[in-house]
Design a binder for this molecule. Sequence first.
Ligand code: PRP
Ligand code: MN
Ligand code: MG
Length: 181
Amino acid sequence: MMSNDIERISFSADEIRMRVQELGAEIARDYRDDPEPIYCVGILKGAAVFFTDLVRAIDHPVAFDFMIVSSYGEATVSSGQVKLLKDLDFSIEGKHVIIVEDIIDSGTTMHYLKQMLKGRHPKSIKICAFLSKPSRRVAPVEIDYLGHEVPDDFLVGYGLDYAEKYRNLPYIGVLKRSVYE
Ligand code: PRP
Ligand code: MN
Ligand code: MG
């Protein structure tokens, strides 16, 4: 599935699959001494695709929950303000939580989420992101499980969108400038 709007592929579906398996194995290893479920919190909509792959790669009990937040809307740069559109269904007090994101860019979304969820007294809270763009960071974020660091390219696919498009591409690619300029 190659879109004409893609300049080049950054991570193929196979490369993604391999890295997700490694992340899942790393997570299962880190929690193996505690039989309690890991509350994986997917941040919709971007994390939807990565989330469903990741949880199936974790050989440990996992509970699902989701939040919907948006800071970009249809813009290409973060508004700097995070809108909480859907909160968790469950209390995370005393639970092991992993926040799952497709990408950490300026860090605004994750900084906001971690502060907020920390305040609900989980037993532990960690961050798992498939991609990170450290060169764009505005708010500090410590990532516990990271798929790949990436340069400041406009990436889409595997959950990442531009104006809600391209999320279903099975690979991650650089969007042609002509599409958004
Ligand atoms: C994107 C991405 C992260 C966030 C990262 O979500 O999925 O959640 O931006 O950017 P930041 O580190 O600069 O905050 P977006 O707000 O576009 O919503 P979406 O997940 O529905 O695409
Ligand atoms: Mn998002
Ligand atoms: Mg988006």
